[in-house]
Design a protein around this ligand. Sequence first.
Ligand SMILES: [Zn+2]
Length: 243
Amino acid sequence: MQATDTEAIVLSAMDYGESDRIVTLFCRDCGKVRVIARHGKTSRKRFSGALEVFAHLQVRLVLKDGLSSLRGTDIITIFPRIRRDLGKIAHAGYACEVVDRLLPDAMANPRLYRLFLSYLDHLDSSPATSDDLRFFQINLLNILGYRPSLNACCSCGAPVDGDAFFSGVGELLCAACRTGGKAIGSETLALLGQALLTGRFGVITFPPSCLAEAGQLLDAAVTVHLNRPLHSLDFLNSILDVH
Ligand SMILES: [Zn+2]
């Protein structure tokens, strides 16, 4: 069978049986793929510790329906500065899990791949911040077609014009349609809109009240598309509480 060479980021990895490892990769050219690495658990030489979450690799795959085969890897980077910082690990781990859970199998998504890789690059070179996490989430939702409207009521479609309220399911409601949710400030919505236009991590900074509102909206907007909670969220929230 023909082998495919592509860049990839490891989304999840687990030992399998005596000596193998099953790895979920987000490949730049072929999307999310589950692969088995024969002797991936035992053969340090063959895979040289590359089969760990958020490692950035060049891989050789034989693609199959179901489980594909990993034939070779070269490490581009394991993001060593993320791995030395608990807060960065929590953010990168969240990013891997949310991409794994929201991305359909075997569909290339080069925009999302670029966003995800930019986030890991930025985490590796800068402190982990909630501003960047919210920037990642709004752009992730936007690329996947799951972004809430930032200027219209999700029920009646009327412009919210600075009078927007949480719907409870990651959308906005106008004053006439609100169902008891708190107000969300126009500054928060404007900053989220800017985050979609900027395209670069580290540029948008949210004041604390906006950060809390953005977090509430975006966490709900992500959760609505999941059939079970994210494992990484408790760890991430415990880190956010400390900082
Ligand atoms: Zn409405």
